[in-house]
Design a protein around this ligand. Structure first.
Ligand code: PLP
Length: 413
């Protein structure tokens, strides 16, 4: 433990368990610790840093706008918000957007919109609206959102929870149809479950959900906070099955890796349920966030990052599949959102990530057995070769399964 780790341990709530590295700077796909050692960033802050660290165009947008006008609240118009949301709507094919800051707030916004639409438009009886969600979902950490999580640790000790949610298995379209009642307002879905372990549903699932929701007048709301904006090799993960949701939630990368910027987007009759004063946020849609969000969307298009995510993702996926180490149970994902599942009897995800860290690559496990590989979309093939070399070397140095399973802590850490 060094000075910085000690201060964090002393003064910061222990709601995270960071890898033992203290970062001081970053550029592109590289991070540097306070001792000057470099690491490849294969996690991009859970996809928030899709454009890499310190992207010059994003830094320019941030600093210029910060000097001109940063925060006004939405009590007034600004010259930044309209153009930002125009670009966002036209890129995603949605009619209107409601700007927020974090992903969790944008999901909360989607739930409020769905419920109000249920009462005002679908005529569901007062306080009866239901939203269907999937096992293994991750939507953020507010009390309402953890209330419909299937992860005991996310819920434990935080109840009582808001009613009005029904949970069904992910990837099972028949279960969706069976769960719908006349009180169902919306189906809230991650097209690929990120925090749930990079879980890709069976082909045709999204399209089937789209058809079922349309048939029953239920809103299909896609939470693309993690999968959106190029991450999976298409602008939206829904695009893989040509599905247009009725509501769309974006966040993470929308802030260009610089600020929290999120939005709920929807078709007209859904967004129009909100009137002045119904919902809001002090910082949501501020001119600084709008300028950076606009610049992020511009960079995404100008640098063809969606296509890059697709081709580089295929390259990384092929490289990981070629490793063929017996400790690997599965390699899955789409584009540059890839999970490598380890045999927990061999090594834990956490221990594997610590070994990667010592070898110069940073990432984090999700659900303890899945190691996430989700680098900035600007990563080059050479840099992926560097990553694959490090990952291969860590596998090559793993002790045999019997030794690992029988060993005390020090051998696997
Ligand atoms: C990260 C994430 C969220 C929550 O975003 P925060 O900015 O952490 O509140 C919501 N949905 C999905 C799918 C996410 O991956």
């Amino acid at each position: 433990m060094n000075l910085w780790m000690e201060k964090e341990a002393r003064y910061c709530a222990r709601n995270y368990d960071p890898l033992p590295v203290v970062l001081g700077s970053g550029k592109g796909v590289w991070l540097r610790d306070v001792h000057g050692k470099s690491y490849l960033d294969m996690m991009s802050a859970y996809s928030a840093v899709s454009f890499g660290h310190g992207h010059p165009a994003l830094l320019a947008a941030l600093t210029e706008q910060a000097q001109r006008l940063a925060v006004t609240s939405r009590a007034f118009h600004t010259d930044q918000l309209g153009p930002f949301l125009e670009r966002l709507c036209s890129m995603t094919g949605q009619a209107k957007a409601l700007p927020m800051n974090t992903g969790a707030e944008a999901v909360e916004t989607a739930i409020k919109a769905a419920r109000k639409w249920g009462y005002k438009v679908k005529r569901i009886p007062d306080n009866k609206a239901q939203v269907i969600v999937c096992h293994g979902n991750f939507a953020g950490r507010t009390t309402t959102l953890v209330g419909f999580s299937s992860e005991p640790q996310y819920r434990g000790g935080f109840g009582p929870f808001a009613p009005g949610f029904v949970s069904i298995p992910f990837g099972d379209a028949a279960a969706l149809e069976a769960a719908i009642t006349s009180h169902t307002a919306a189906f809230l879905l991650e097209p690929i479950q990120g925090e749930g372990g990079i879980v890709v549903p069976p082909p045709g699932y999204l399209a089937a959900c789209r058809a079922i929701c349309a048939r029953h007048d239920v809103l299909l709301i896609c939470d693309e906070v993690q999968t959106g904006l190029g991450r999976t090799g298409r602008l939206l993960a829904c695009d893989h099955e040509a599905v247009k949701p009725d509501g769309l939630i974006l966040g993470k990368a929308l802030g260009g890796g610089l600020l929290p910027v999120s939005a709920f987007l929807a078709r007209e009759d859904v967004m129009d349920v909100f009137g002045p004063g119904d919902h809001g946020s002090t910082f949501g849609g501020n001119p600084l966030a709008a300028a950076v969000g606009s610049a992020a969307l511009r960079v995404l298009q100008e640098e063809n990052l969606v296509e890059r995510a697709s081709s580089m993702g295929d390259y990384l996926m092929a490289g990981l599949r070629k490793l063929r180490h017996p400790a690997i149970r599965d390699v899955r994902g789409k584009g540059l959102l890839i999970g490598l599942e380890l045999d927990p009897a061999w090594i834990s995800g956490r221990a594997f990530c610590e070994k990667l860290m010592h070898a110069g690559l940073l990432t984090k496990d999700t659900h303890s057995t899945v190691v996430r590989f989700a680098p900035p979309l600007v990563i080059t093939q050479d840099e992926l070769d560097t990553a694959l070399g490090i990952i291969r070397a860590v596998f090559d140095a793993l002790p045999a399964k019997e030794a690992a399973a029988g060993a005390a802590e020090p051998l696997i850490v």
